[in-house]
Design a protein around this ligand. Structure first.
Ligand code: NCD
Length: 466
């Protein structure tokens, strides 16, 4: 099967079978790494890195060189026309006419999607703000598979800054899709964002237990957790009787501990990080002496700061340098596939942990905006071309998910474009929590953030406005 001309913006752009096939190709590439120099001969990769990067950029560029292709690059917004006020869309169109594939890292969440929408060539997201980092996830998953042969049924702990770290967002989705149990151990105040947790519970088949619902032992044990995502993949005690002590279950061992650094650059304001820094959880020899970590793979996307002790580097459980090294064959396989230079056979898909949902889309220009200030839809100086667009992920309460950064909002007021049928006296708006929200066809729904906005557009409050 060909994956030619596809883009990788979020990890969900690849199915489980496609990921498995990509890993087989990465194995082949790793084995004969010096024999791949004809695979992408004559092709050009644009490497656009508008945030600091060592591993991701250099492994992508190494990958393209190993495949026999060429690389053009821009690594500083200040050195591009974006600094003159050019839109990302225009940049994407232009670079798309020079290169055959684009790899982009950008501080705005959803920026890679915009580039993919406008470039006309395959685009790979190398990290868009705190949103996602799908290729790091491919390296992480590849490493776990290499070391453990499977993902299904494993217990994997995500550690550190789960709020602003993009790698853990993509990783959580893929672990859920492959049937792993996920333990969340965030630094204080840096738990997984609500929109990520919601996606885990609505789009994958496991069950999420939050801190308040955990029993005392689990809360305060050696390895305190803030939430746990329990996969339905194995009929183990935990899944059948979720109220038994999770700590007891953990005694059977954690398969991987995925450590992340404090994402200081995304913390605002600076004071927020002062307190967190002091209490940031550290993984060291002492912690790993505990029984549940006996066979644990210690992982980290790198760079590390203080959260992972150097004394662990020689420990056979430490995987982080292997993760980084595997970035080259994994990215070689990805580039070759998206450029159509290689085809693969997709193994039989196991998507039994995925809950397929087709959410209706809301794209009316009624002034509803994404609440995330770092979202690309709020960042382009004058938003000249990006129309806010949302998935309606719930009606009770009415919840919209931004298609760019996936942050959610719960707007207050609704109306129908159909019911007033040109009759001004019928042009009414209602509270979003009234039963009417379920009566209006998604195509006719108009959503407002404030009463003022509804009234400015000529709507009057109905008796269903609180
Ligand atoms: C990560 C990133 O950029 O999100 N690094 C990487 O790509 N290997 C993690 C981080 O910066 O902490």
């Amino acid at each position: 099967m060909s994956l030619a001309n596809r883009s990788l913006v979020t990890i969900d752009d690849l199915s489980n079978g496609e990921i498995e096939a990509l890993f087989s190709l990465a194995d082949e590439m790793a084995e004969l790494i010096n024999d791949q120099s004809k695979v992408c001969q004559g092709k050009i990769m644009a490497s656009l890195f508008f945030e600091p990067s060592t591993r991701t950029r250099l492994s992508f560029e190494t990958a393209m060189h190993r495949l026999g292709g060429h690389v053009i690059s821009a690594v500083d917004i200040g050195a591009t026309s974006l600094a003159k006020g050019e839109s990302i869309a225009d940049m994407a169109r232009v670079v798309g006419s020079y290169a055959d594939i684009i790899v982009i890292r950008h501080p705005w969440e959803g920026a890679a999607r915009v580039v993919a929408d406008y470039a006309g060539i395959p685009v790979i997201n190398a990290g868009d703000g705190g949103h996602e980092h799908p290729t790091q996830t491919l390296c992480d998953l590849y490493t776990i598979k290499k070391e453990r042969q499977t993902i299904k049924g494993l217990k994997i702990a995500l550690w550190g800054d789960l709020k602003y770290g993009r790698t853990v967002h993509s990783l959580a989705y893929v672990l859920a899709r492959f049937g792993a149990t996920i333990l969340f151990h965030p630094a204080s105040g840096l738990g997984m964002p609500e929109h990520v947790l919601r996606k885990l519970t609505t789009e994958y088949k496991g069950e999420l237990k939050r801190y308040e619902a955990l029993d005392q032992v689990a809360k305060g044990g050696l390895f305190p957790i803030d939430a746990i995502y329990i996969t339905p993949s194995i009929p183990h005690q935990l899944a059948m009787m979720p109220d038994i002590s999770i700590q007891v279950e953990l005694k059977t061992g954690v398969d991987a501990l995925y450590v992340t650094r404090l994402q200081e650059e995304r913390h605002t304001p600076a004071v927020e990080r002062q307190g967190v820094k002091k209490d940031y959880p550290v993984v060291d020899k002492k912690l790993l002496k505990e029984k549940e970590f006996k066979r644990t793979l210690v992982m980290h996307p790198l760079p590390r700061v203080d959260e992972l002790a150097y004394e662990l580097d020689a420990d056979p459980r430490s995987m982080y340098f292997k993760q980084a090294a595997r970035g080259v064959p994994v990215r070689m396989a990805l580039i070759a596939l998206l450029l159509g230079a290689k085809e693969v056979t997709i193994p039989k898909e196991d998507d039994s942990f995925v809950q397929k949902v087709d959410y209706p889309i809301y794209r009316r220009d009624s002034g509803v905006r994404c609440p995330n200030p770092l979202c690309v839809s709020n960042q382009e100086t004058e938003v000249r071309y990006i129309n806010p667009e949302f998935k309606i992920v719930s009606l009770k309460p009415l919840t919209l998910r931004c298609i760019y950064c996936e942050h959610e909002l719960q707007p207050q007021y609704i109306a129908s474009s159909d019911w007033h049928q040109g009759m001004l006296e019928n042009k009414k708006y209602h509270s979003a929590d009234s039963w009417l929200v379920r009566r209006i066809k998604p195509g006719n729904l108009i959503i407002f953030d404030t009463k003022n906005e509804a009234e400015t557009r000529g709507f009057k409050p109905s008796s269903y406005v609180r």
